[in-house]
Design a protein around this ligand. Structure first.
Ligand SMILES: C[S@@+](CC[C@H](N)C(=O)[O-])C[C@H]1O[C@@H](n2cnc3c(N)ncnc32)[C@H](O)[C@@H]1O
Ligand SMILES: [Zn+2]
Length: 265
């Protein structure tokens, strides 16, 4: 299970490469990071922030994604990284999208990162070819320069400088963001947080000079009561809302996928 962590990671203290040795990841100077029994490594270096996804949010996310209602989005991400073999999923949550990608790309290996320990626990079990670490995207990723030929970031925080650093020149970055129409019926019914209208422009602006293609996956789904309730419980609204009387009904999925290429120069 643990060899899958070799080749990706750097030491939080000195920045040298970590390699696996008897239940831990160790740098040449002897700084050591235990591999938890669930298979992940905590490389956070500080206490998890208050907005890290909780175990209850992760459970709701796993239940909801298990119904396959976002598989059209997952398939679009597979198409965007096809041909790539070293894939980092930043803010991976349960590891659902990374597992979907690795299922479709038998030559590929993956690394899931998330600031939430509960997420890393789940992601470490998501796929036999995926490792998982706890890491804060904002603080800088404990990942080697150019270690990835693809980075994916699905509904999660972005750090353009770090994505550029860990990607090989010519590598692929895939970002998925909700459009303002995403889950609009659920948002209206339950007074949930809005999606900013300028998200896509913000992402494009963060990668100046990177060739990109941009498209939107938009379709209708029907939600039963549990699915609607889990959709609320798995997202940022979980911190603001208690879904007492969630109603079933039709709902729009609307997700923009942005595929960038890291310039060679
Ligand atoms: C909306 S969820 C998306 C999870 C997963 N990509 C998916 O779509 O199923 C956002 C994820 O980003 C993680 N996250 C939030 N802030 C983060 C940070 N600073 N660094 C790394 N992950 C972060 C959360 O813990 C959560 O798992
Ligand atoms: Zn070290």
């Amino acid at each position: 299970m643990t060899a899958i962590l070799d080749g990706w990671l750097t030491c939080l203290v000195c920045g040298q490469h970590l390699t696996q040795a008897s239940g831990a990841m160790i740098c040449p100077d002897g700084h050591s990071y235990d591999i938890a029994k669930q298979g992940y490594v905590n490389l956070l270096g500080h206490a998890p922030p208050r907005n890290a996804d909780t175990a209850a949010m992760l459970d709701a996310r796993a239940r909801f994604l298990g119904h396959g209602l976002y598989d059209q989005v997952a398939d679009a991400i597979v198409d965007a990284v096809r041909g790539r073999t070293r894939i980092v999923d930043v803010g991976a949550g349960t590891g659902y999208y990374l597992a979907h990608v690795l299922d479709e790309l038998p030559e590929a290996h993956g690394l899931a990162t998330d600031v939430s320990v509960a997420a890393a626990k789940r992601a470490a079990r998501a796929h036999p070819r995926a490792g998982a670490i706890v890491a804060d995207t904002w603080a800088g990723l404990p990942i080697r320069d150019g270690a990835a030929d693809a980075v994916m970031c699905v509904f999660a925080p972005r750090n353009a400088q770090e994505f550029a650093r860990i990607l090989q020149p010519g590598g692929t970055l895939v970002v998925a963001v909700p459009t303002p129409l995403h889950l609009k019926e659920l948002r209206e019914r339950h007074h949930l947080l809005d999606v900013a209208a300028d998200k896509v422009e913000g992402v494009i602006g963060a990668f100046p000079g990177w060739p990109s293609s941009v498209w939107t996956e938009e379709y209708q789904i029907g939600l039963d009561q549990e699915q609607a309730s889990d959709l609320i419980a798995m997202g940022p609204n979980a911190f603001h809302h208690s879904p007492d009387d969630v109603a079933p009904g039709p709902c729009t999925v609307s997700v923009t996928v942005l595929r960038f290429t890291r310039p060679l120069g």
